[in-house]
Design a protein around this ligand. Structure first.
Ligand code: DAH
Length: 345
């Protein structure tokens, strides 16, 4: 029998002179058709000794596949090189779909710029943190409920002396004492926008979320400074019609402490729509952030003399800011990666 290699050489030789699809079809019949070369070779299998039939069959199959492949490539070459189609070079090109920044990213940039304008510097601190910076340095006792494993994610490594267990930072406040150590001597004007982690998953919580924290330490800092800074941010982010208010609250690391509310955008701060209570806020205000005057003990942990300096701190949840601004009722939409939602912004 003729060698496979010789048959392929022959086929290539014949193909090289062909320039139209019809003659390639004819050549295909000559090799692969019912009465074609390959089938003829296959029929000869009956004359092959039993112990060689298998090898013979395999050889013919290899040949068949190779012939099919070569013919297919030649056909593709011919169809791709067609030059008789009219090509209009004056038609405008197809525009590429335009991407946009994710809502979280554009909000981070916006907040960064807003604070840069009033002299705050943007800082980053570790997301994989020690208990010390997230809790102890912030005046939180060892039995504080936030340190439970259903509030904080712990990493399975041995604890370090003084620093405690390794965790994923549950809030941006972990940067406060780190910043005091880094800076050494006030004034401090810091903003940190970062990922935080807590084991929660529902329509208003995702296990990874963002907060932005601001810390200001200097001489003679007052609650008035705190309120003015929050008001400045709220008006920059939401618009001039919005108001912020401070409502007394309790945090371990600030004294006094406040929760920050802003005017509800649905009822415009009235608390009612017509004769009915506003279903979104019930009171005219929406809770938005935690804030306060930095606690004496936190300043001491930060190696800052509380007799000379004092300061304020606050933190907003980024996703909540976005949800209120665009009227979103499911936070998970921000992380589902559904292009139909994302491309609207
Ligand atoms: N870290 C607090 C939380 O995640 C929020 C907070 C409250 C931050 C008061 C502050 C503050 O800086 O002063 O719930």
């Amino acid at each position: 029998m003729q060698n496979n290699k010789d048959i392929i050489i022959e086929l290539n030789k014949e193909l090289s002179s062909l320039t139209d699809l019809t003659s390639i079809d004819q050549l295909e019949v000559k090799y692969l058709g019912r009465k074609g070369l390959i089938n003829k070779l296959l029929q000869k299998i009956k004359d092959v000794p039993v112990n060689k039939k298998k090898a013979y069959g395999q050889k013919i199959n290899q040949l068949k596949n190779e012939v099919k492949r070569i013919i297919k490539i030649k056909k593709l070459e011919l169809t791709n090189n067609k030059t008789d189609e009219f090509f209009d070079a004056t038609l405008p090109g197809k525009p590429y779909p335009r991407g946009s920044l994710h809502l979280i990213t554009s909000t981070v940039e916006k907040i960064s710029k807003t604070f840069q304008r009033i002299g705050f510097i943007r800082m980053s601190y570790p997301e994989v943190e020690w208990e010390y910076f997230s809790f102890d340095s912030l005046n939180m006792p060892p039995d504080h409920p936030a340190r439970d494993d259903f509030e904080t994610l712990f990493i399975d490594v041995p604890p370090a002396p003084k620093l405690g267990k390794m965790i994923l930072s549950p809030h941006t406040s972990s940067g406060q004492v780190r910043e005091m150590w880094r800076c050494g001597r006030p004034p401090i004007r810091m903003v940190s926008i970062a990922k935080c982690y807590r084991p929660n998953w529902d329509t208003t919580h995702t296990p990874m979320f963002h907060q932005f924290e601001s810390l200001c330490i200097d001489k003679n800092i007052t609650i008035t400074n705190l309120k003015a800074s929050i008001n400045y941010f709220v008006k920059e982010y939401f618009g001039e019609d919005y108001q912020a208010r401070l409502r007394p609250f309790h945090f371990q690391f600030t004294e006094p402490s406040f929760e920050v509310d802003i005017t509800c955008s649905i009822c415009k701060g009235k608390g009612t729509i017509g004769h009915q209570k506003c279903k979104v806020c019930k009171s005219g205000w929406l809770e938005l952030a935690g804030a306060g005057m930095v606690h004496h003990n936190v300043l001491i942990e930060g190696k800052i003399n509380p007799e000379i300096y004092n300061g304020w701190a606050f933190a907003f949840g980024l996703e909540r800011l976005i949800m209120i601004k665009i009227g979103l009722n499911n936070m998970r939409l921000l992380y589902d990666g559904d292009i139909r939602f994302l491309e609207q912004f």
